[in-house]
Design a protein around this ligand. Structure first.
Ligand SMILES: [Zn+2]
Length: 231
């Protein structure tokens, strides 16, 4: 049995509503991570996600590399988005039970990593329950202690862009790769994953319904999608 928690970054997007509809139709729960600046300008897709059962988390305000910011600048990015998300949860009429956070690019702030984790720990951010993640590297890198939501498998489908040379075939190779260079093999037996996926219109333009193609494959291969669960 392979279990996975789906996370979907960079909402709102033009395809957010279609993704939410697909996830509900397919019975796949998810955490969707919102970029504050985009959500402030375009809250409707985020409201739609909330009203249709998704947990929405904080993905910073302007999607920077946190290692290029001071800890204070990083915290400001997080807090600006907290304010935006509080307003959007209110508008949606949904109680904000959890506050997960994801660093853009998985960049945990370089030399400021501990300061930022301390901030997240002391300010009520929610840690995804990763106690069943079995990979030694998860603990060796201290990821089991961090509060932010990293991932164990990255589809890398966001690389499908005009001129990038990266195609859906490259994504399929990653999905089937028994020994990936980073992260854990998706289809290894008894896998426990946090999956990184993106709500990107550019990907949809080149591979219409990419989320449907890929996530249906996981379902057909017996992956059980689990509800967001926090510790
Ligand atoms: Zn992102």
């Amino acid at each position: 049995m392979i279990q996975a928690l789906l996370t979907m970054d960079d909402i709102p997007s033009g395809n957010t509503r279609a993704i939410v509809d697909y996830l509900n139709e397919a019975g796949i729960p998810a955490i969707m991570f919102a970029v504050g600046e985009k959500a402030e300008k375009n809250p409707e897709p985020v409201i739609y996600a909330l009203q249709h059962g998704m947990v929405v988390g904080n993905h910073s305000y302007s999607h920077p590399h946190f290692s290029e910011l001071s800890p204070e600048e990083g915290i400001r990015e997080i807090e600006k988005t907290e304010a935006v998300l509080n307003r959007i949860y209110d508008q949606a009429g949904v109680r904000r039970a959890y506050r997960p956070f994801r660093f853009p690019y998985g960049d945990k702030g370089g030399s400021h990593r501990e300061a930022l984790q301390k901030y997240l720990r002391e300010n009520g951010f929610s840690k995804v329950n990763d106690t069943r993640i079995p990979y030694a590297w998860w603990r060796q890198q201290g990821l089991d202690r961090d509060i932010d939501t990293l991932w164990t498998f990255d589809f890398a489908e966001y690389n499908i862009r005009p001129g990038s040379g990266f195609t859906i075939d490259d994504v399929w190779k990653r999905v089937r790769d028994p020994a990936p260079a980073s992260g854990a093999a998706l289809y290894a037996p008894e896998g426990r994953h946090i999956l990184l996926f993106h709500a990107h219109d550019e990907t949809d333009e080149l591979v219409p319904g990419y989320y449907r193609l890929l996530l249906n494959d996981l379902k057909q291969n017996g992956v059980e999608f689990i509800k967001p669960d926090f510790i």
